[in-house]
Design a protein around this ligand. Structure first.
Ligand SMILES: [Zn+2]
Length: 299
């Protein structure tokens, strides 16, 4: 299995407490709170800033229950609608992820995934009326009582290999020159993960893959995904061709050619927090730490 940097959550989510508002109120006086505003966390020294109940935002905000740590302390997120008055730095999860502990990573991906879902669901999709957060932030309901649950959109990501153990990477039209990654796409209604892998690779890279191996998954709350990682093999590497719209360049790399292109500044790999990078590193082998350094990656 892959070592995936964003899949290291440690809190016990205690889902049974979400609908028990008395139990949540009892946790609050000794709980740890985090603040989120407009897609960013409040941070101090590159870590999530921790607040006490007394630091409750004065402006409009919602409170979400994230879970309980090993000491029994509750953890909550304040999702602020009003611009913050505090003199603290706001940073995105992408900026700070590399410096967070496992517990903080879990809190950050859970908190951001929840908050972004709430922010984008102010109204009921059935009747159009305003919705309110309830059940500790795991439900929104309108006045008619229509329930809406936080969603997570599954996306498959795949490292395509040939029989000579080369890997196929693609360059998206919107990316900076030299930036390459593995292939990925959302799972469609009625589709299995495996079928999505085969379809996405065929669409974007023009090759048929088989022998799928599941490698792991990690949350990717940008804004609402979970990435499900696979490796797959193609027997016809020469058929590889960029689709020309989403993917504009495509290529096969051996370990030697990957290192050479990175050393010559021709190729930049995905960021360390991504599934794509974890798959490439695993394929490359233990020397990836020395050979594929951070200067090569983009955010
Ligand atoms: Zn409704």
């Amino acid at each position: 299995m892959l070592h995936l940097p964003l899949a290291r959550a440690q809190l016990d989510r205690k889902a049974e407490l979400r609908s028990d508002s008395l139990a949540l109120q009892k946790l609050e006086p000794s709980a740890i709170f985090y603040k989120f505003y407009d897609g960013n966390f409040f941070v101090t020294d590159g870590r999530l800033a921790k607040f006490a109940f007394a630091d409750k935002p004065t402006g409009e905000h919602e409170t979400y229950f994230l879970g309980v740590d090993s000491s029994g302390a509750g953890h909550f997120l304040w999702n602020q609608a009003d611009s913050p008055s505090e003199d603290l730095r706001l940073s995105s999860l992408r900026e700070i992820a590399g410096g967070l502990s496992a517990e903080e990573i879990g809190i950050a991906v859970q908190g951001q995934g929840l908050a972004l879902w709430h922010n984008s669901h102010p109204r009921c999709a059935r009747c159009g009326k305003e919705t309110k957060s309830c059940d500790g932030g795991y439900l929104r309901r309108c006045d008619e009582g229509h329930p809406h649950h936080p969603r997570t959109d599954p996306a498959v990501i795949v490292l395509v290999k040939d029989r000579h153990d080369r890997i196929l990477l693609g360059h998206q039209a919107s990316w900076d020159e030299g930036r390459f990654s593995t292939f990925a796409g959302f799972v469609e209604p009625g589709e299995s993960f495996e079928a999505a892998v085969i379809r996405e690779v065929q669409e974007e890279a023009g090759v048929l893959v088989s022998e799928l191996i599941y490698l792991g998954s990690q949350p990717w709350p940008f804004p609402a995904s979970v990435m499900i990682a696979f490796e797959a093999i193609t027997d016809n590497p020469d058929h590889a061709m960029a689709d020309g719209t989403e993917i504009t360049e495509i290529g096969w790399w051996s370990r030697d050619s990957l290192k050479a292109d990175i050393d010559q500044g021709k190729l930049r790999l995905p960021p360390f927090v991504s599934v794509a990078r974890a798959m490439i590193n695993r394929w490359y082998g233990p020397n990836h730490r020395e050979d594929l350094r951070s200067k090569d990656s983009w955010r």
